[in-house]
Design a protein around this ligand. Structure first.
Ligand code: ZN
Length: 187
């Protein structure tokens, strides 16, 4: 089991729709273990396979509920249903981050509720209902499988800031990555 490098905005794999998983075998189990290790090392509350350079419809998540009960798992070939977006301006409370746009946060309005239907590592179907930040994580990770970063969904003012940041950091081109536990990109 291993921590893998996380690719940064500009790598084509992040901007391309991911393929469905068609066999629930030992290779898949190994990949999921690496994704969990990488998410934990980052640390993050979610990670999608394209973020470690693998263009498959898989994401992992780890976000306890308000009572501290663990909600950790993997969604393979997920479908998502999102409640209608409220029409309102994004606020500080909506600030989202992404391990592929590391150390930055921008505000984005998301649906307050989601239902995710997916397969687990063994190919067993499951469904989870999510609210609040957990629902946001699901929408964010699902977007990765479509080839979108949250940056792509920002309103005009925030999108301009994000584009400026990307230029300043020298991102937005292929071949960039960072290694959780070794590189510190928070500064
Ligand atoms: Zn992300």
């Amino acid at each position: 089991m291993a921590v893998r490098p996380i690719v940064i905005s500009g790598s084509p794999v992040l901007h391309t729709p991911a393929a469905r998983v068609d066999s629930f075998d030992a290779d898949l189990a190994h990949l999921i273990e690496d994704m969990l290790d990488t998410m934990d090392a980052a640390p993050g509350v979610g990670l999608a396979a394209p973020q470690i350079g693998v263009s498959l419809q898989i994401f992992v998540y780890d976000y306890p509920d308000d009572a501290g009960n663990p909600r950790r798992g993997v969604a393979v070939n997920p479908e998502i249903f999102v409640s209608p977006l409220e029409i309102r301006d994004a606020t500080e409370e909506d600030e989202e981050g992404c391990l592929s746009f590391p150390g930055e946060r921008f505000a984005l309005v998301r649906g307050a509720k989601t239902i995710v239907r997916a397969f687990d590592a063994h190919g067993v179907r499951f469904e989870i209902e999510c609210e609040g930040w957990f629902a946001r994580i699901m929408q964010h990770e699902y977007d990765h499988l479509l080839g979108y970063l949250y940056i792509d969904r920002l309103d005009f003012a925030e999108a301009k800031l994000a584009a400026k940041t990307e230029r300043k950091r020298g991102w937005g081109k292929p071949g960039l990555s960072w290694m959780p536990g070794i590189d510190n990109l928070e500064d």
